[in-house]
Design a protein around this ligand. Structure first.
Ligand code: GLC
Ligand code: CA
Length: 541
């Protein structure tokens, strides 16, 4: 397998709006990020994935872009951005930009032109279908609820939007659209960014008349063209967001000889607590066996061709320590355990801001607490369908994206040190107990555990390139696997639950990292694992 710099890198995702506010307007910004580079350097990450910072009307917090070349004034200026890129490079940190290519904002100049007349040259940049006010082109739905078609008064036709109606879908069939996009990507490459995260990229090959949303027939053709015209022969890392990918599809994207992307975010294991065939709001208890098998399947299938991305969290997912850990009594132990499970595997790990200090879900109590259009739409849609208030709130508390979007908790001063003004969104009231300042003062903090995991990856080829083998697949409490590289074998042994449990293996293990105090050498014959105990050890004879 070819060695690449991004294979032993760790990525840190910043959601700029909620990271750090430098000018008291309550909105995180680029200069706020610049002021915290020392912190990211201390953590040891290599790449910052920056959620969108482009001008946007914010119907979907920046994922509705009105100018691909600029910086939103609320985040700063292009000069600030250039400084950020330069200062990051000085610290050996690369910037990964978020590319939202499936749709633009309805306030993007292309769309303003397109909607003005059926014969406008920009009309074909988007997807229009005939219909009248009572006849929608078809029954496709938006990911945020309701129809995927919006009637446009000016020309009496419908346009397609797989997300908010303020996010019209681009028509990738149109070669001018593609040319515009290549030009824009190259502009950012010239500015010095070293990576791209491609938002809902599996939707660009859509065929609305056949109701094909994801994985359309021309998807991979487009990606190969993109690769050739933009980042292909440059030393740039790419990751595509692909909700609809299984392992076969995953290989198509990430096999190097196909020249598409380096890796994808696939979400199969993130559906381990969702009723099959249902929506993300349809909760079920975590199916732990499914979770392990799904991770193992991806590890195995992409072992020889392609590459995995490893993540528990992002700005669309609830906080992992609240989701599958224990955010009360065992917050610290379980956060470290979850980190061990993930960072022990083969692939490029992603950390979402605040994960490294064990930030938790927000204690929502009513619909007014939410800011996200997805949550608000779901609430009213389910109300109308007759769901009880209790069941709706339960789903929202568990899964709402706002859980991840509360401001970063820096210290226990005013608004968690995120802003000196009034934050755009609620700070989690637990900031007095969970914050960066406290984490940095405590040598046993989750922060320092992440720091160690990152360092381990840098110093040990086995973690980057070693093979993966799932152990005790049927065990209902333990997530364990072996990594092997030449003669070396490491075991990653994690108790995923609070109950005590026993792990058995033959031989001895030399402790490399654990979230509990350990003897230097342990007998593997019978390890009694304590609540959420996690061990990385080298097998010795
Ligand atoms: C992706 C983003 C999400 C956004 C959607 C539409 O899933 O991660 O935040 O709402 O695409 O752009
Ligand atoms: Ca600000």
């Amino acid at each position: 397998m070819e060695e690449k710099w991004w294979k032993n890198s760790v990525v840190y995702q910043i959601y700029p709006r909620s990271f750090c506010d430098s000018n008291r307007d309550g909105i995180g910004d680029i200069n706020g990020i610049r002021s915290k580079l020392w912190y990211l350097k201390e953590l040891g990450i290599d790449i910052i994935w920056l959620s969108p910072v482009y001008p946007s009307p914010n119907a979907d917090n920046g994922y509705d872009i009105s100018d691909y070349y600029g910086i939103s004034p609320e985040f700063g200026t292009l000069e600030d951005m250039k400084k950020l890129i330069q200062e990051c490079e000085n610290n050996d940190i690369h910037i990964m930009m978020d590319l939202v290519l499936n749709h633009t904002s309805d306030e993007h100049p292309w769309f303003l032109e397109a909607k003005s007349a059926t014969d406008n040259p920009y009309r074909e940049y988007y997807i229009w279908r005939k219909g009248d006010i009572d006849h929608v082109p078809n029954d496709m739905t938006s990911c945020f609820g309701g129809s995927a078609w919006e009637y446009s008064q000016q020309t009496g036709e419908y346009y397609l939007h797989f997300f908010h109606k303020k996010q019209p879908d681009l028509n990738w069939e149109n070669k001018n659209v593609r040319a515009e996009i290549w030009k824009m990507i190259n502009y950012w490459i010239d500015l010095g960014v070293k990576g791209f995260r491609l938002d809902v990229i599996d939707m660009i090959g859509k065929v609305p008349d056949l109701k094909i949303k994801e994985n359309g027939p021309k998807l991979h053709e487009y990606l190969q063209e993109m690769n050739k015209k933009t980042f292909g022969n440059k030393d740039i890392v790419t990751v595509g967001e692909c909700w609809g990918a299984d392992t076969e599809i995953g290989k198509l994207y990430s096999s190097p000889e196909r020249k598409e992307l380096n890796m994808i975010f696939q979400f199969e294991q993130m559906q381990s607590d969702q009723i099959e065939g249902g929506e993300k709001w349809d909760l079920k208890p975590l199916d732990f066996i499914y979770l392990k098998n799904t991770f193992a399947k991806w590890q195995k299938e992409l072992a020889e061709c392609g590459w995995n991305s490893l993540f528990w969290n992002n700005h669309d997912l609830p906080r992992i320590v609240s989701r599958w850990g224990n955010d009360k009594k065992y917050r610290v132990e379980s956060a470290k355990m979850l980190a061990t499970v993930l960072h022990g595997m083969k692939g490029t790990p992603y950390i979402y801001q605040g994960e490294e200090i064990g930030m938790t879900n927000y204690p929502f109590s009513n619909i007014e607490d939410f800011a996200d259009v997805e949550a608000i739409n779901m609430y009213y849609e389910r109300k109308q369908k007759g769901y009880s208030q209790e069941s709706i709130m339960k789903s929202l508390c568990a899964k709402a994206r706002d859980n991840a979007r509360t401001p970063m908790q820096w210290d226990n001063s005013h608004e968690a040190g995120f802003t000196e003004g009034k934050p755009w969104y609620h700070v989690n009231p637990n900031y007095t107990k969970i914050n960066v300042e406290m984490a940095l003062k405590d040598k046993n903090s989750i922060f320092y555990y992440y720091q160690k995991l990152i360092k381990l990856r840098k110093q040990n080829t086995i973690l980057v390139y070693g093979t993966f083998e799932l152990l005790c697949a049927e065990n209902k409490h333990i997530f364990a696997y072996a990594r092997q590289w030449n003669e070396k074998k490491w075991l990653i042994i994690c108790n995923f639950y609070e109950e005590l449990t026993t792990f058995e293996y033959s031989g001895k293990g030399k402790i490399i990292l654990s979230n509990y105090e350990q003897q230097e050498i342990i007998l593997l014959e019978q390890i009694k694992l304590r609540p959420y105990e996690a061990i990385i050890c080298e097998v010795i004879v």
